[in-house]
Write a protein that binds this ligand. Structure first.
Ligand SMILES: Nc1ncnc2c1ncn2[C@@H]1O[C@H](COP(=O)(O)OP(=O)(O)OP(=O)(O)O)[C@@H](O)[C@H]1O
Ligand SMILES: [Mg+2]
Length: 271
């Protein structure tokens, strides 16, 4: 099995079935299911009992005004924060994460807005950071270079020079590398917090293409964005947060920009 094939097998899930197209299998067990999630920071109630389900092969947009609780919710899913109350199920099994490593062990990856890349090291180094391939205790540069190329080609990411320092790359290229790195951990759930906010038009399109590609491989994607127009290119559903509560959920075909804007500002609460 090549690295690419093993990555595809891993993202296909334990059933080994690759979903066809990007249609979500919403009738099965959710990849991730949250119920009654609460989180306070001192006197601030960041989350006041949030329910959310995300299925294999679908992208759920998570939107809401500043401080609505979007990042806090996804940081709970990715193990960065421990909730004060509520339950979290992965593939129907209850999980309790104490740290990001626990979430990663369940194939949950998060691409943070600041990307967590190291500017002063090159593309290949960033792709393999913390899990360098060594051979008799020497870093196996050739294997790493081949695998890095496979990781990027696999997602159709064009970065000409693997030895370019990340700080020399465009915002879109940096975002693509962060996503390729996350994808290489065989995520079954991938969370992206504002992946397109700082990008040029063509770069946004490339990132949205990547999201659609990961969906076709069965990855459950959660996308936080303030760019509401992006939702209509990649999302199957949209969940709207308002002051720590999920106030609405919409199938993407049953909503519009105007509808979402109203919900974000707290007009039109319906659940
Ligand atoms: N580590 C923390 N310590 C204290 N308060 C926090 C912490 N993280 C988040 N909060 C607070 O929790 C609330 C929700 O914040 P959160 O970052 O989840 O919002 P958000 O919806 O992601 O907003 P934005 O769109 O601005 O990124 C805010 O009032 C924020 O100040
Ligand atoms: Mg945030």
């Amino acid at each position: 099995m090549t690295a690419v094939q093993s990555q595809q097998a891993a993202v296909a899930g334990p059933e080994g079935v690759m979903p066809s197209g990007s249609k979500a299998a919403t009738d099965g067990v959710p990849r991730i299911s949250l119920r009654g999630i609460r989180k306070s920071f001192g006197s601030i109630e960041a989350l006041r009992g949030v329910d959310l389900d995300v299925y294999s092969g679908e992208c759920v947009g998570l939107i809401g005004d500043n401080a609505a609780g979007k990042s806090t919710l996804t940081k709970i899913i990715s193990g960065t924060y421990v909730p004060d109350a509520g339950t979290m199920l992965v593939d129907g099994e209850e999980v309790k994460f104490s740290n990001p490593a626990d979430a990663r062990a369940r194939n949950i990856e998060m691409v943070f807005q600041d990307l967590s890349l190291c500017d002063h090291i090159d593309v290949m180094g960033n792709l393999f950071l913390g899990r360098e391939v060594s051979h008799w205790s020497f870093l196996d540069q050739r294997t790493m270079r081949e695998r890095a190329r496979e990781m990027l080609d696999d997602l159709d990411i064009r970065i000409p020079r693997l030895n370019a320092k990340v700080q020399q790359l465009s915002g879109g290229q940096r975002q693509a590398i962060a996503i390729a790195r996350a994808a290489s951990f065989h995520p079954r759930i991938l969370i992206m917090d504002e992946p397109t906010s700082a990008l040029a038009v063509a770069e946004v399109e490339a990132v949205l293409r990547l999201i659609n590609e990961l969906k076709t491989r069965g990855v459950a994607v959660i996308l936080i964005t303030h760019r509401l127009q992006d939702l209509f290119d990649v999302c199957d559903r949209v969940a709207v947060m308002y002051e720590g509560t999920k106030v609405a959920e919409r199938g993407i075909g049953n909503t519009s920009l105007e509808d979402l804007v109203k919900l974000i500002v707290g007009k039109g609460e319906d659940i």
